[in-house]
Design a protein around this ligand. Structure first.
Ligand code: SF4
Length: 244
């Protein structure tokens, strides 16, 4: 039996894995406390969320063989779960690809999943410029080895040959053109970098709940900065009412 609880299941989505019809699984708990996190229950109170039986997920996918092409595993931070490799293996045995969303702070698990061929795509959230104070602020996490862990994780993904993307949710009051330029410079050489709109809603720090999202013009300014270092940078996820 796989010792891991699934706390959310989206049966079909075209949004979570570009070009793929996928299902998405949400795993609970996180080692970060990003103030702008939009999954506060998943991170802080997973016991409030209903557990989705893995068997029902597998049944759904198996019934749609050849239809569902991949499964996205997101969180929380999926790499905290020691049984994640077994979950990935079970999903792959159904003939689907596996995409992992991670904050890259658990490098040993990331390395293992990649080495064992258990993930087909990795999406890494870069929270802030790779500087101690900025990362502490963006992640609400104060541990001495934070940046070292994150950088090791990023390095593992960059050196892996596995399809991947780096992405940043750009948050008013936290990011601007200068921060985006620093992150893109750090990642230069990558083919792709994604800037995601932050959209207000439930957040870990309630002060972020009512922030006005960046405008299209704001995003274009940050996009231009990022493209100085990574020409393939794109913007994703404009809130309703804003065109990309
Ligand atoms: S936004 Fe931060 S706190 Fe929320 S799940 Fe992602 S890494 Fe964890």
């Amino acid at each position: 039996m796989i010792d891991l609880e699934i706390k959310g299941f989206i049966p079909n989505t075209m949004l979570d894995w570009e070009g793929m019809l996928a299902s998405t699984l949400f795993l609970p708990r996180c080692n970060f406390r990003c103030p702008f996190c939009q999954n506060p229950d998943l991170v802080l109170h997973p016991e409030r969320l209903e557990t989705v039986p893995l068997e029902s997920v597998k049944f759904y996918i198996a019934e749609r063989e050849g239809w569902v092409e991949g499964v996205c595993i997101t969180g929380g931070e999926p790499c905290l779960h020691t049984d994640l490799p077994r979950l990935c293996a079970e999903l792959k045995s159904l003939g689907v690809g596996v995409k992992l969303d991670t904050n890259s702070s658990v490098p040993e698990m990331l390395a293992r999943l990649i080495e064992e061929g258990l993930v087909d795509y990795v999406s890494v959230d870069v929270k802030a410029p790779l500087e101690p104070a900025a990362y502490r602020l963006a992640t609400g996490t104060d541990r001495a080895d934070l940046l070292e862990l994150v950088e090791r994780g990023i390095g593992i993904v960059r050196d892996s040959g596995v399809a991947h993307e780096f992405r940043t949710t750009v948050v008013p009051m936290m990011h601007g053109p200068a921060e985006v330029a620093k992150m893109a410079e750090y990642l230069s050489g990558e083919e792709r970098y994604v800037l995601q709109y932050f959209s207000p809603g439930d957040t870990i720090d309630p002060r972020y709940s009512s922030l006005r999202p960046f405008t299209e013009e704001d995003m274009e300014g940050m996009l231009a900065e990022a493209r100085r270092f990574i020409p393939g940078t794109v913007v994703r996820g404009a809130p309703a009412g804003l065109d990309q």
